[in-house]
Design a protein around this ligand. Structure first.
Ligand SMILES: Nc1ncnc2c1ncn2[C@@H]1O[C@H](COP(=O)(O)OP(=O)(O)OP(=O)(O)O)[C@@H](O)[C@H]1O
Ligand SMILES: [Mg+2]
Length: 246
């Protein structure tokens, strides 16, 4: 599934003040590829992911899936097709297993056809016996993986991953990179992966967008970006010097 983001602007009202968070952001994500979304803290990466699955509404521009405006797709259907792994996961009340089956329970009519949630826990290398645990009793990295397992159980066509490895150790991180890369190839998943880790982006991504202060300042092929960014912001970012307010 191809995603096009075309001149998207999004403002958030805070009291009497309206702050423009995204300012004419444009980028395209090829079907079956991993697109790394980079940028300093506060540049609008999470907000852009929220806009794509309509947790936030855009005021200008357009976001399309295979050419269709996302506002013309039923929002529940949209969120089933676009899985979001949030930076700080939020769980429904209930066990790990109930959280994983929450989505499938809504749309699988024959309950005997539901996949055992242990299968998804094994996929993300968590103890399958944790199905009966309260997810809020897990560590940050474990919660991130339960959140990913829940998204995988939904059979989404698009994954929006917001720093999914920020709380993982090197081994768990490597496993997750391999898992997502192979799912991408096998199931033709389209992935937007937010990361602050430039080496990770180099390992996983075919394309890259650099967001800076709400603007998409550079966008294109990952190899080209990492070997020779075209913009001052791109060069400054790769030198590790593009700050929140510089
Ligand atoms: N609910 C909100 N109300 C007001 N401002 C907000 C809100 N959510 C985000 N912002 C502002 O929007 C900007 C972008 O935030 P966002 O969370 O999208 O950044 P980010 O690139 O994901 O940063 P990080 O790398 O730290 O996660 C920030 O300046 C932030 O303060
Ligand atoms: Mg964020």
């Amino acid at each position: 599934m191809k995603i096009e983001i075309n001149k998207v602007s999004l403002s958030i009202q805070q009291g009497i003040q309206l702050t423009e968070i995204l300012k004419g952001v444009s980028l395209g994500v090829h079907s079956g590829s991993i697109h790394a979304l980079l940028g300093p803290s506060g540049s609008g990466k999470s907000t852009l992911l929220y806009a794509i699955n309509r947790l936030r509404e855009i005021q200008q521009g357009e976001i399309t899936l295979d050419g269709k405006d996302i506002r013309k797709i039923n929002v529940y259907e949209l969120r089933r097709r676009i899985g979001l792994v949030m930076q700080k996961p939020i769980f429904f009340p209930g066990t790990v297993g109930e959280n994983i089956l929450y989505g499938p329970n809504l749309w699988v009519k024959d309950k005997s056809a539901l996949t055992d949630p242990r299968y998804y826990l094994e996929m993300v290398r968590l103890d399958p016996n944790w199905v009966s645990r309260d997810p809020n009793t897990l560590s940050g990295g474990q919660q991130q993986r339960v959140s990913l397992a829940r998204t995988l159980a939904n059979n989404s066509e698009i994954l929006l991953l917001d720093e999914p490895t920020s709380a993982l150790d090197a081994q768990a991180c490597e496993h997750l990179e391999t898992l997502i890369t192979s799912l991408c190839t096998e199931r033709k998943l389209t992935v937007i992966w937010v990361t602050h880790d430039v080496l990770q982006a180099k390992r996983i991504a075919q394309d890259v967008t650099l967001l800076y202060q709400g603007r998409s300042v550079e966008h294109g092929d990952a190899m080209h970006f990492f070997s020779g960014p075209r913009t001052d912001e791109g060069r400054t970012y790769l030198a590790g010097k593009l700050g929140e307010r510089s």
